[in-house]
Design a protein around this ligand. Structure first.
Ligand code: NAD
Length: 238
């Protein structure tokens, strides 16, 4: 695999950090972002931390300027940043809907719009969106989150059709329940019950997701586009 510039949103922890470190270990230059300033614990020179709020278009413009100033042209984009704001539908406040859609769906639009131009110019690119099992099978308390994540599947398919002829693939990865801060609320009996429903009888690790993302970005995956691929221990089967 050529040495590329990889851009990953939401890389300060969890799945995003695992993806960033996996690409960095392969020798790529990795720009990892988070809403606020952060540092990678792993001090590799090719891991660049950057503050960026993907829901804020002025923050995206500043980021594009930073990339220009430093002559960084990402050819691999991982739209990983995401939030939850769970609430049963009847109690869901407007801002709980708005914030989740703004980050998980509109944020992906904002960042992809900003970075795809260089990929089109170079006639090469990989865009990988981190979706969720919740967008495929639904989950009570997550009407906002599962709507945003299901939206990513449509985004992935339509964009894949638009840019396939330019050498750009667009895919989604749909994690099941992965051990990160986002699922730290799971404990005790509830956690055990959930694990029992998973055919592989465990929660996933961030590296389980990173491994597929790295594969989808590689030349070995050059004929895969428009897909949403689950990594969920078999929790949801099509
Ligand atoms: P996490 O909460 O541990 O980390 C989320 C990251 O996104 C953080 O770095 C945070 O700073 C960043 N972020 C949030 N809002 C942002 C914004 N507006 N702008 C920029 N960065 C922002 O989450 P995680 O568990 O590592 O999840 C990563 C992705 O995987 C998310 O899209 C999430 O929806 C998805 N996912 C996670 C699970 C799971 O079980 N953990 C399951 C399915 C899908």
């Amino acid at each position: 695999m050529n040495k590329e510039v990889v851009f990953i949103s939401g890389a300060s922890r969890g799945i995003g950090t695992a993806i960033a470190e996996s690409f960095a270990q392969l020798g790529h230059t990795v720009i990892g972002t988070s809403r606020s300033e952060f540092k990678f614990e792993n001090k590799q020179d090719n891991l660049i931390p950057l503050a960026l709020d993907i829901a804020d278009r002025s923050s995206i413009n500043n980021c594009v300027e930073y990339l220009k100033d430093n002559n960084l042209k990402p050819s691999i984009l991982i739209n990983n940043a995401g939030i939850t704001s769970d609430q049963l539908f009847l109690r869901m406040r407007d801002e709980e809907w708005d914030n989740v859609i703004a980050t998980n769906l509109t944020g992906t639009f904002n960042l992809t719009k900003a970075l795809i131009k260089n990929m089109i110019k170079n006639r090469y690119g990989r865009i990988i969106n981190i979706s969720s099992v919740s967008g495929l099978m639904g989950n009570p308390g997550q009407v906002n989150y599962s709507s945003a994540k299901a939206g990513l599947s449509g985004f992935t398919k339509s964009l894949a059709k638009e840019v396939g002829s330019r050498g750009i693939t667009v895919n989604s990865v749909a994690p099941g329940f992965i051990e990160t801060d986002m699922t730290s609320y799971l404990e005790g009996d509830a956690k055990e019950k959930l694990i029992n429903e998973i055919p592989l009888k465990r929660l996933g690790s961030a590296n389980d997701i990173a491994d597929l993302v790295v594969f989808l970005a590689s030349n070995d995956a050059s004929y895969i586009t428009g897909q949403t691929i689950s990594v969920d221990g078999g929790l949801f089967m099509y």
